[in-house]
Design a protein around this ligand. Structure first.
Ligand code: ADP
Length: 559
């Protein structure tokens, strides 16, 4: 069987590129496929000749029909004549030419035509392909195959009556017999081919130890269930059949559609072996075949649903990874643009100072003072560029936190004092009111950086205050299990353009701003288990930033 599938698999590759299929293969290849198919078909019919109805070639288990449908789905309905020939040979050599010649030809034609129509309907109408075992495909097969085999069984048995091979009153009995045999044969075996050509790769990708353990557990489950079904004295024949649903459902959940397809066929083979061993009559076998059909539908659908779920999980993971990748790209891009923008100004200033200095050196080499002044200015611009690079580095590499018990009042007073100098030159008054607060465990340097950013922003904003004088109020107080710091200014307020994304990196309205201050502050504060937020003071301006820090918390960067 493995050999047959591999040959067919090779065919897929060569046929995949053509619509016609038959045209691309050499006649010897067609003959080989046909020979292998017919040999396997006859072998399967011979092996599964169980509970034949009145020597009419109608049995209760017909996996050869799965082979036929598989061939037509894989190679196209141009192979239907081979099916006709195979059915004819089976009637002649396996079932002993029990029917009349016309009946044998007519029923073989009905089989070939019926399966060609079924395969065409599945393939062209419903888009079913052997390599695809998504839920839609599986449902299409599980619904269409029983319906198609029923119609074929009706026509087949009608022909038997027409040609006098069977009395009319046995019509429905024969239809039921044929339908059960064909349907179970296909529903058990075709999914194995669907898995082999498609989702089995997913199964092979799983860890081999897990695969072996799953298979052992499944086999043990099936054997225990079968032993219970057939060994308990006095129990009704089908009493414990439901136990088989447990290992089949389990393997479907563990190994998806491919696992379910293989599991169902293994369970069925073992069941048939037990039935044969027990020597049960045809009616019991038919009952089991019906139950096996329910078992297969349950297992295959569950397996397909599990695969579908796993695929959508994978898709979600891929989409998430893609979003992360795109965001990283966007951030890197924004960083690059911002950096180029920020660095180009001081660098061109340096170039300009050096150029003027060189000219001065050429024109007035005896006067070093203006040249020294220019060099000093150039050095100042380089310091500025270095500062920008350091700000960016601080943002990107946050470094490890070094938490220690810290007097926040003293820390804030120091930051306010630093800001006051700059504020004074812009005519801004900075006021600081601090109630006594308990010591907190923070990285003083990093928290200082966060406070400087927020207070500098407030000074910048207050410098543009319409109602002079500009002023900034910094307040600190103890709150429930923490400390709150408020930084309030009477500037024009946060512009609507940036308000929505205020704490995102690279958001700025300042000509020389990098838009990293608030983003960095938020990172630093949340690394201390704290929060930072803002609100408008009045409709016409003013902003209040509120920082809250817990007295003690796990200090560290989350991601
Ligand atoms: P930068 O100061 O480099 O622009 P920030 O992240 O510190 O970067 O600030 C981002 C933007 O938020 C500023 O450009 C400004 O528009 C706005 N902003 C921050 N603080 C205030 C404030 N107190 N009042 C008004 N706008 C503010």
């Amino acid at each position: 069987m493995g050999e047959v599938i591999r040959r067919f698999g090779g065919g897929i590759v060569s046929l995949g590129r053509s619509a016609g299929g038959l045209r691309e293969l050499a006649p010897t290849q067609h003959a080989l496929i046909g020979g292998v198919f017919m040999g396997t078909y006859l072998g399967l019919e011979w092996l599964t000749r169980v509970h034949e109805l009145q020597a009419l070639g109608i049995t209760l288990w017909n996996p050869a029909k799965a082979l036929s449908l598989g061939l037509l789905l894989l190679k196209g309905i141009a192979y239907a004549p081979m099916l006709f020939l195979a059915a004819l040979l089976v009637d002649l050599f396996i079932y002993g030419a029990a029917k009349s010649v016309t009946s044998t030809v007519a029923t073989s034609m009905a089989v070939a035509l019926g399966y060609a129509v079924l395969a065409a309907g599945l393939k062209r109408g419903l888009g079913v392909a052997l390599g695809r075992s998504d839920l839609r495909n599986v449902i299409a097969v599980l619904v269409t195959v029983p319906a198609g085999t029923f119609v074929i069984a009706c026509v087949y048995c009608g022909l038997l009556i027409l040609f006098g091979d069977m009395p009319a009153e046995r019509y429905w009995e024969a239809v039921r017999h044929l339908w059960v045999g064909d349907t179970v044969g296909i529903i058990i075996l075709l999914p194995v081919a669907m898995a082999v050509f498609g989702s089995v790769q997913r199964l092979l990708d799983t860890k081999s130890t897990a695969l072996v353990i799953d298979s052992m557990v499944f086999l043990a489950g099936v054997l225990i269930a079968l032993w219970l079904i057939f060994s308990i004295e006095g129990a009704h024949e089908y009493h414990f059949f439901y136990l088989l649903f447990l290992p089949v459902s389990w393997i479907a959940m563990r190994a998806g559609f491919a696992g379910a397809a293989i599991g169902v066929s293994v369970a069925h083979l073992l069941l048939v072996a037990f039935i044969n061993w027990g020597g049960y009559p045809a009616s019991t076998f038919m009952g089991y075949q019906f139950l096996v059909l329910a078992l297969a539908l349950n297992g295959l659908l569950l397996g397909a649903v599990v695969d579908e779920r796993r695929s959508s999980d994978e898709l979600l993971r891929e989409q998430h990874a893609e979003v992360v990748r795109v965001t990283r790209h966007a951030t890197a891009g924004a960083m690059g643009v911002s950096l180029a923008h920020q660095i180009s100004q001081p660098l061109s200033n340096v170039a300009m100072y050096l150029h003027v200095g060189r000219q001065l050196l050429a024109d007035r080499p005896a006067e070093p003072v203006p040249i020294a002044e220019l060099l000093e200015k150039a050095a100042g611009q380089l310091r500025h560029a270095k500062d920008i690079l350091e700000r960016l580095r601080d943002f990107v590499s946050r470094g490890a936190l070094r938490p220690a018990r810290t007097d926040l009042g003293a820390l804030a007073r120091k930051v306010v004092a630093l800001a006051e100098d700059d504020a004074r030159t812009h005519g801004v008054l900075v006021r600081f009111e601090a109630a006594p607060v308990p010591p907190v465990t923070v990285d003083a340097l990093q928290l200082e950086q966060a406070l400087i950013n927020v207070i500098n922003n407030a000074v910048d904003a207050a410098a543009e205050a319409r109602r002079l004088p500009g002023c900034v109020n910094v307040r600190m107080a103890a709150v429930d299990k923490g400390v709150r710091i408020e930084i309030e200014d009477n500037g024009p307020g946060v512009s609507d353009v940036v308000a929505k994304n205020l704490f995102e990196p690279f958001i700025t309205t300042k000509p020389s701003g990098m838009g990293l201050g608030l983003a960095l502050s938020r990172e630093l504060i949340s690394a201390h288990g704290g929060t930072i937020d803002w609100e408008r003071m009045r409709p016409d301006g003013g902003a209040r930033f509120t920082i809250e820090l817990p007295l003690s918390s796990e200090v560290g960067y989350g991601a």
